[in-house]
Design a protein around this ligand. Sequence first.
Ligand code: ADP
Length: 402
Amino acid sequence: MKILVINAGSSSLKYQLIDMNGEVVIAKGICERVGAPEGHFELKTEKGKYEETVAMSNHTEAFLVVKKNLTEGEYKVIDSLDEITAIGHRVVQGGSIYKESTLITDEVIAGIESLCDLAPLHNPAHIQGINACREVFGDKVPQVAVFDNAFHSTMPEEAYMFGIPYEYYEKYQIRRYGFHGTSHRYVSGECAKIMGKDLKDIKLITCHLGNGSSITAIKDGKVIDTSMGLTPLDGFVMGTRSGGIDPSVVTFLQEKEGWTPAETNAVLNKKSGIYGISGGMSDDRDILKAADEGNERAELAKKMLWYQIRKYIGSYIAAMQGVDAIVFTGGIGENSQPLRQNICESFEYIGVKFNAEENPKAIRGVGGELSAPDSKVKVYVIPTNEELMIARDTKEIAEKVL
Ligand code: ADP
């Protein structure tokens, strides 16, 4: 069975074609600058990488370009779209409506649409992607929505409520939803497998550290808290996002700088965090290099990130009254040895015994255990695979309707 996994953004469309027989990625790529006069198409297969400049005025045209290249020419991997059994879509915001992956129907599309206010940049694009798929594949191919925050839907209300008047929760559904749920779900499942335990029997803290980052506490097999909030802005400093700050900073700056809500959002999402502190660098590799070379602002950004991660992990240990394992994933978590060493060593007092020899081995998609065999608390690097998780859910749901 072959599953197509789609992540549709406002001007992009990422895709992966996965053969579920062996869970092998047979093609993956991206359509960029959809809607612009000149777009960019990329496809990677085992034969190599193919790129072309091609105009795609909307997502349907982007899908037609994907279809053409998957089924024709030098890089083709299938004879026709009929070989694709089902399509899984990443959907960022499922609100409180969708607590698990769901077969897409007209009603579900309306549901995703009703949540556009909560994810104005993402949900409208996902709907375009879903509709474009329907046009290209027809209604007979099941489509499944895999929600980024569904895994977090188990949070208790004391974790997801914000301390603002309750009426705004009722009126606008303002609460913590969390994101990266598919990644946290994937690595927590893998971690339980590695430990040879049932997820229900372990207390886990999963750290997804990339350009966007979040940390999640999992107890009794359920998320009990996560660092991202109503939007992916909450938590700790990220590549360009501020993470959690005193809310008064926002109103103070709006008054002083005369910012509109959109301008405020732009500063907090695109110009803050590591980028804002360092003065223009958001890539963790650049920060580490500059800090090593004596750049004080890069050093400060690095120290802030490490300190804030440590505080989150510490607070989740308190929330769960213990921890059995800590997992690192995402571009930074999977690669940044100094960060992992710093975090592991700072938890020696609760029983983390760091294995410095193993740290360099877990890099670029290779996982590993960072804790010593006799470490009370285990630490793992587990490369994430959100697309595979989406494909697995899609397969399971599609099999029920086909
Ligand atoms: P996104 O959130 O966009 O999916 P990724 O998970 O791909 O991002 O993570 C991107 C981050 O991973 C960047 O900050 C990048 O610097 C970092 N990264 C990648 N390789 C390394 C490395 N070898 N050392 C430190 N950081 C790395």
